[in-house]
Design a protein around this ligand. Structure first.
Ligand code: FSO
Ligand code: SF4
Length: 526
């Protein structure tokens, strides 16, 4: 196998051999490559034949299936490949039996990318991993009934581009276009979430697990949480969010359920420890799933594109009965348990989306003008297991008292239980939501730039990002598309950036690797 799409890749180089660091086996990696090759074949088929809404769904689901920590199941990946092949036959019925094959619609062999010249491999990887991230966001919007032709069209274009014999100059614009399209996609998902569940409001979230049966819901899919809340109402089961589901507490249409009690656990990489012997059911709606340990494997459930061999899957019919029955059978704790965040805090806050922050834009602008707020930091992105990630905790702890920290995605669990006080009624740490809510952070930055009549790069704003998987890749590409410079990126730089591509990013966007928190802070404030 060869895979280097995520931050924890073996030796900062690439996972090879029998199993990746994430637990993905060589067979699954091979099937995922075949799936990607088949998606490329389907995209090329649509070059001369009209696609349908079903084709869009297959493309989006297929790409999402290959994201890190989503599917560990060769069988379901192969079912997905069959769906791609069926769709291809529907789109171009005569193609499979054509006697004078042109080869235009053939599936692609991903080895051609993995073995290509290192700069071409690097740019094609950025493109592929970027669209995998975009597809994840497009999927969440799609299940709420929101689609964008611009986004869908680009997924076909990007997939077809991967199979083309192109040079760096031709690939670079398509890579940056991924960032532009991802902005549209995050905006679409923001609209889907807020029109469906209301505008998030600042909300305190308890870390206490009350006695009695409970279900922990993790991942990014708000629709699954809502359906589960409906199906568990009045059944004596409490629901707790986990990981990236935390911001759900801020949406009025989810918050209104009295049995949505609080948040359990911290970021995804702690799940094997935190779920051990948990007397509750655990539902994975998306990444980041880790191979379940024996002590809790019988209480893990998956839905949507998440899949793990032996784990019970709730299909599109969304009948959560097995999850509910498991929660009732396990019975929960006998007494309430007060859990703590990694810094000892007993509650979290979330819900500072762009809707809330921009409502107070005038106050914020006045506070900056009066010198009460000196600087903003966007400390956001994914968490992960590497030791160097303590940087983000240290960085936030050391930020001066007249600065504000905006945060999003699961990296915030490193510091979101800290009470750093407030400035002019705003808490110093404001959680804007999930990784896709980077859209909100961009909106806030653009609005501040307008208020101060300057460019985003001239604002007293620094971006300190942590990456792990492919959604972080598409968000980074969005920031580059917007011309945002001086981003600090860690904990390590992607293995798929070749020296030349990295040099291009450093020269044109002044991206820096994170270093020492104190020194980086001084540079940013200087
Ligand atoms: Fe984290 Fe995982 Fe949201 Fe990622 S839970 S690491 S960027 O999947 O998607 O933030
Ligand atoms: Fe390795 Fe990451 Fe690929 Fe898993 S997803 S095989 S950890 S590079």
């Amino acid at each position: 196998m060869f895979c280097f799409q995520c931050e924890q890749t073996a030796g900062c180089n690439g996972c090879t051999g029998k199993r990746g660091v994430c637990g993905k086996t060589a067979d699954v990696a091979k099937a995922q490559d075949e799936l990607t090759g088949a998606l490329i074949g389907l995209a090329k088929t649509c070059g001369n034949n009209p696609k349908t809404a079903d084709t869009d769904r297959v493309i989006i689901e297929g790409l999402f299936t290959t994201l890190t920590n989503v599917s560990f199941n060769e069988e379901t990946v192969r079912v997905m490949i069959e769906r791609v092949e069926e769709e291809k036959s529907r789109i171009a019925p005569g193609c499979g039996t054509c006697v004078a094959k042109c080869g235009n619609t053939d599936n692609y062999d991903m080895e051609q990318i993995w073995n290509a010249d290192e700069d071409i491999r690097s740019l094609k990887s950025l493109l592929l991993f970027g669209i995998r991230g975009v597809a994840a966001y497009a999927y969440h919007a799609m299940v709420l009934g929101y689609q964008s032709e611009e986004v869908n069209f680009f997924l076909y274009k990007a997939l077809a581009t991967l199979s083309m014999d192109l040079g760096m100059e031709e690939l670079l614009p398509v890579v940056l276009e991924t960032g532009k399209v991802n902005l549209t996609c995050m905006e679409l998902l923001d609209r889907a979430n807020t029109e469906t569940y209301g505008i998030p409001k600042p909300t305190e979230v308890s870390l206490k697990v009350e006695k009695g049966p409970f279900i922990v819901v993790t991942g990014h899919d708000l629709r699954d949480l809502k359906l589960l809340l409906e199906q568990t109402e009045g059944k004596g089961i409490n629901i707790y969010t986990h990981g990236e589901m935390l911001p759900a507490h801020a949406y009025p249409e989810l918050k209104k359920y009295g049995h949505l009690k609080g948040n359990f656990g911290t970021a995804w990489q702690n799940q094997q420890k935190e779920f051990a012997d948990l007397p509750g059911a655990i539902l994975f709606t998306t990444n980041c799933l880790m191979p379940p340990k024996e002590s809790y494997a019988d209480r893990v459930f998956s839905t949507e594109v998440v899949s793990y061999p032996g784990v019970v899957h709730v299909d599109d019919g969304k009948d959560f009965t097995p999850v509910i029955e498991k929660a009732l059978e396990l019975g929960g704790f006998e007494e309430d348990r007060q859990y703590k965040g990694i810094n000892g805090g007993e509650k979290l806050t979330t819900g500072f989306g762009h809707g809330t922050i921009l409502q107070a834009a005038d106050q914020i602008v006045d506070a900056v003008k009066a010198g009460a707020i000196r600087h903003f930091f966007l400390v956001g992105g994914c968490d992960g297991a590497r030791k160097g990630r303590n940087y983000y905790t240290e960085f936030v702890k050391q930020t001066p008292a007249d600065t504000i920290i905006l945060t999003l995605a699961c990296g915030k669990y490193r510091f979101n239980d800290l009470d750093l006080g407030s400035i002019g009624g705003f808490p110093r740490i404001m959680d804007m939501g999930q990784c896709n809510d980077a859209y909100g952070a961009i909106k806030v930055a653009v609005a501040l730039a307008e208020a101060f009549d300057c460019g985003v790069n001239e604002l007293p704003l620094s971006m300190v990002l942590s990456w792990y998987e492919q959604k972080a890749v598409c968000i980074l590409l969005t920031l580059l598309h917007l011309g945002i410079k001086n981003i600090y990126l860690g904990p390590s730089l992607p293995a798929f950036l070749s020296p030349n591509v990295l040099q291009y990013l450093v020269e044109n966007y002044q991206i820096s690797p994170i270093g020492d928190p104190k020194e980086d802070l001084e540079k940013m404030l200087g």
